[in-house]
Design a binder for this molecule. Structure first.
Ligand SMILES: Nc1nc2c(ncn2[C@@H]2O[C@H](COP(=O)(O)OP(=O)(O)OP(=O)(O)O)[C@@H](O)[C@H]2O)c(=O)[nH]1
Ligand SMILES: [Mg+2]
Length: 203
């Protein structure tokens, strides 16, 4: 995918604000601070289009980014942040759930997990829920650069085992810092938005 244009469109608080141009959407789910915004920036080679937060749990809307005229990245608010109140956690759940179950344009969910740690209960619940509902999902393991190369395979194994990622199911180790996994992820995304031929191209 050659990214020639990337722009922030809207922080949507509900369906009325979702874009109406029917481009395919790729959603990013994962706990706060896992690296969702950083992944978007790396995928499009921009330093800071998607706001990276030093205050986890800040983003409470669905942030839409349009890439070329090909797709949207939809950056979810992070889940599992302890300081968020029960009420706002429920609101999060309802917004995300209705988006995931009702949004026709949704083509793929990137479920992001931090490679350094075993998946959290929330990660496991999320992955189970997505599969239960038959949603296409690719697990992205973030912050690979923070693990020494010789130990990475071990970490991949723990993630795969504890999430229950079946052989052949999508799992991509990623580093927003170094760019690892970027081409592979573009290739997967391209195949889910019906753009297979562009999968291998440089960004
Ligand atoms: N070393 C390293 N740091 C990363 C990587 N990805 C993210 N980070 C850092 O982790 C912190 C959180 O990253 P964000 O991209 O803001 O995380 P987020 O998932 O968007 O967080 P919320 O918006 O709060 O849900 C930032 O300080 C990033 O610089 C990575 O691949 N490698
Ligand atoms: Mg973010």
């Amino acid at each position: 995918m050659k990214v020639t244009k990337a722009e922030f469109i809207i922080s949507a608080v509900g369906p009325k604000q979702f874009p109406v141009d029917a481009l395919p959407e790729i959603a990013l789910a994962g706990r706060s601070n896992v690296g969702k915004s950083s992944l978007i920036n790396r995928m499009i080679n921009r330093k800071n289009l998607a706001r990276t937060s030093s205050t986890p749990g800040k983003t409470q809307q669905l942030n839409y980014y349009r890439i070329n005229d090909d797709l949207y990245f939809v950056d979810f608010p992070g889940y599992g942040y302890a300081k968020v109140s029960k009420t706002s956690r429920q609101a999060w759940g309802q917004m995300i759930e209705s988006y995931l179950l009702e949004r026709e344009q949704l083509k793929l969910v990137l479920q992001m997990v931090d490679l350094r740690h075993p998946p959290s209960k929330d990660d496991i619940m999320m992955y189970d829920w997505l599969r239960h509902h038959g949603l296409p999902v690719c697990v992205v393991g973030t912050k690979a650069d923070k693990i020494p190369k010789t130990r990475r395979e071990k970490h991949y194994k723990v993630i795969k085992q504890e999430l229950g990622i079946l052989p052949g199911a999508l799992f991509i180790p990623f580093s927003s810092e170094e760019g690892m996994g970027k081409e592979e992820l573009w290739s997967v995304i391209s195949s889910y938005i019906g753009n297979e031929n562009e999968g291998q191209a440089e960004v």
